[in-house]
Design a protein around this ligand. Structure first.
Ligand SMILES: *Cc1c(COP(=O)(O)O)cnc(C)c1O
Length: 387
C-alpha cells in the first residue's frame, strides 16, 4: 500500500520508516541511531548514499521522511532548532527583499527577523494578519515572503491560511507557515496552499521536552533543493540521537494531541466561568473572533490557552504562576506535562513593551500549555493558585 494513502494516524507511525532497509541486516523496527560523522568509501566518491553527516545521516533522513509524510509534503529537512530552520528560510532572500509577518509572533522569530537579518538589508513588516487586507497593504514588488504563525503566540488569534495563500499566489510570493502550535494533527498548511511549513519540533512533535529540533517541509523540488543547499552550506543540522527522539515522539503525536485538545477544552471552560478571571483566549470558544476560520481550517482547537486575572497586574500574574504546583513554570510548550508561562517576562521579553501591548500581550497575561495529565488534577491546581 502506498504510504501516501495512509491515514494521518498511521503516517505518524510508519511515515518514511521502513523496517531496516538501509538500517542493516537485522530488521530493526526503529531506525538505529547512526552516531557517526562519516562513512567508508570503496573508491573516491564510492559511497552508499551518505558521505558526511552534515550533508546527510540515515537517522536524520528517516526523520526528514517522517516530517514530509505527516505534513503532506514531498521533502523534509531537519535542523538543530526551530530557529535554525527559520534561519534557512530567510537565507533564501536577498538584500532589499521584504517580508510580511504577523505582529503577534513568537518572540524568537521576531528577534531573528529584527536583530539578525534586518542588518543584511532585508525589510520586515509586522501586521495584524486577522485582516488579510493589512497584508495586502504592505505587498510590493520587493515582497518575497509572507511568514504566518497560527494560532498566534500567545494571543491565540487564527489567521486564514487559504486567504493568505491566495494573496501570496496572486503576487508570486512564498508563503511559510510556522505550524508549531497546531501540528499536522490539527492543520496541514501545504494542503491549503502554503509553500513551506516550519516547526519547532522541540514542542509537540518531539512532545516530551527532551529535545531541541527544527523542521521544514515543502512540496516543490526546486525549493527543497535550495533549502537543502542552505542546510548543508550553513550547517545547522541536528544530531542522530535528537533525530531518533523526535521520531519516537511523532509516533504518539495523534494520541497526545487528542488528549491535549480534550484537556484544553475542559480548562478553557473552567477558566471562562471563574469569577477571578478576566479574559480567556482559546480558539474553541464560539465568541472567539476567528472561531469560524478555526473551525474551517483546524481539526480541533488544541491545548494552548492564555488568560488574564481580574487583578490585572504583573504581580498577580507572577503570584499565580509561582503558586502552581502541577503546572511547571517554564519556557516552551507542547510536552506531555503541563507548563505555565508569563510571556511579558519570559517568551516575549525580547519584544519591546509598546509593541507587545499593541497585540494584547499585557503584563498580567498567563499562557498555559495544557498537558495530558488528568484534567481534574489540573483544575484543582489552577483553583488553588487563583484563589
Ligand atoms: C519555540 C518556537 C520557535 C523556536 O523554536 P526552537 O526550537 O526553540 O528554536 C518558533 N516558533 C514557535 C511558534 C515556537 O513556539
Amino acid at each position: 500500500m502506498s504510504e501516501k494513502k495512509l491515514k494521518f494516524n498511521s503516517k505518524t507511525i510508519h511515515g518514511g520508516q521502513k523496517p531496516d532497509k538501509a538500517y542493516g541486516a537485522y530488521g530493526a523496527v526503529m531506525p538505529p541511531i547512526y552516531q557517526t560523522s562519516t562513512y567508508a568509501q570503496t573508491t573516491p566518491g564510492g559511497h552508499k548514499g551518505f558521505e558526511y553527516s552534515r550533508s546527510g545521516n540515515p537517522t536524520r533522513a528517516a526523520l526528514e521522511s517522517s516530517f514530509a509524510s505527516i505534513e503532506s509534503g514531498n521533502y523534509g529537512l531537519a535542523f538543530a532548532s526551530g530557529l535554525a530552520a527559520m534561519d534557512a528560510v530567510i537565507k533564501l532572500l536577498n538584500p532589499g527583499d521584504e517580508v510580511v509577518s504577523t505582529n503577534d509572533l513568537y518572540g524568537g522569530s521576531y528577534r531573528i527577523f529584527k536583530q539578525i537579518f534586518e542588518k543584511y538589508g532585508i525589510v520586515f513588516h509586522f501586521v495584524d494578519m486577522q485582516d488579510v487586507s493589512e497584508i495586502e497593504n504592505k505587498v510590493n514588488p520587493n515582497t518575497k515572503l509572507i511568514w504566518v504563525e497560527t494560532p498566534t503566540n500567545p494571543m491565540m488569534n487564527i489567521i486564514d491560511i487559504k486567504a493568505v495563500s491566495n494573496l501570496a499566489k496572486r503576487n508570486d510570493i512564498l508563503l511559510a507557515v510556522d505550524n508549531t502550535f497546531a501540528t499536522p494533527y490539527l492543520q496541514r498548511p501545504l494542503e491549503i496552499g502554503a509553500d513551506i511549513v516550519m516547526h519547532s519540533a522541540t514542542k509537540y512533535l518531539g512532545g516530551h521536552s527532551d529535545v531541541v529540533l527544527g523542521a521544514l517541509i515543502v512540496k516543490d523540488k526546486d525549493l527543497a533543493d535550495r533549502l537543502y543547499f542552505i542546510q548543508n552550506a550553513s550547517g545547522a543540522v541536528c544530531g542522530p540521537m535528537d533525530s531518533f527522539l523526535t521520531l519516537r515522539g511523532i509516533k504518539t503525536l495523534h494520541l497526545r494531541m487528542q488528549r491535549h485538545c480534550e484537556n484544553g477544552k475542559v480548562i478553557a471552560e473552567y477558566l471562562k466561568q471563574h469569577p477571578k478571571i478576566e479574559k480567556v483566549y482559546w480558539p474553541g470558544f464560539e465568541e472567539h473572533p476567528n472561531h469560524a476560520i478555526a473551525r474551517e481550517q483546524m481539526h480541533d482547537f488544541g491545548g494552548m490557552i492564555s488568560f488574564t486575572p481580574k487583578v490585572g497586574t504583573f504581580e498577580e500574574a507572577v503570584r499565580i504562576v509561582e503558586q502552581l504546583q502541577i503546572f511547571t513554570l517554564a519556557e516552551s510548550l507542547g510536552g506531555v506535562e503541563s507548563l505555565a508561562g508569563h510571556p511579558a517576562s519570559m517568551t516575549h521579553a525580547s519584544i519591546p513593551k509598546e509593541e507587545r501591548e499593541k497585540s494584547g500581550v499585557v503584563d498580567s497575561l498567563i499562557r498555559l500549555s495544557v498537558g495530558i495529565e488528568d484534567a481534574s488534577d489540573l483544575i484543582a491546581d489552577l483553583e488553588q493558585a487563583i484563589e
